[in-house]
Design a protein around this ligand. Sequence first.
Ligand SMILES: [Fe+2]
Length: 199
Amino acid sequence: MSENIIGRANVEDTPELKAYYKDLEKFEAGALWTVANKIEPWQPQSASVPVLWRYSDLREHVLRSVDLVSPEKAGRRVIYLNNPGRRDVSAAVGWLYSGLQVMHPGEVASAHAQSASALRFIMEGAGAYTIVDGHKMTLGARDFVLTPNGTWHEHGVEANGSVCIWQGSTFRSSTRWRPISSPFTPRSSRRSPAILWTT
Ligand SMILES: [Fe+2]
């Protein structure tokens, strides 16, 4: 992407330059002028494109995943929103990751912690719960939950509950820390529990 403006990269490809770029690639290096205009735009430019995800479109496909993969194998059985402009980072928009997680009654997802906070909307179902730093809270349809960054948390659905689907979001750059065995969540970190609004 060349720009015919003083101070901007405006180098046309030549066979000699292309060969030079290939040589640099061998050493996992590159010429800045080939990417400078893209990575340093005059003003912020979003690679994300407008997408409308309808719950009614995705719901049956989210439920299909229950028959296709176990939560143990998947870690988290989630169908994520994949923006065409951000597929390289599997984000819904910008650096925001978002997905629909489905759990059957009696299922438990392993405890873990992330470097970014997370938010959750309980779309449907009964008997869902989350345990954050040892504090267990029950969740109902249309509840909204914030999980503070760095807190150990795990989710599950009581055996006498029903299929639950919730939308979870966090920042894509978040680091996921090593999961531990359920159902115990360590109490070593005494941060504030998740904040829960119940409708
Ligand atoms: Fe999480």
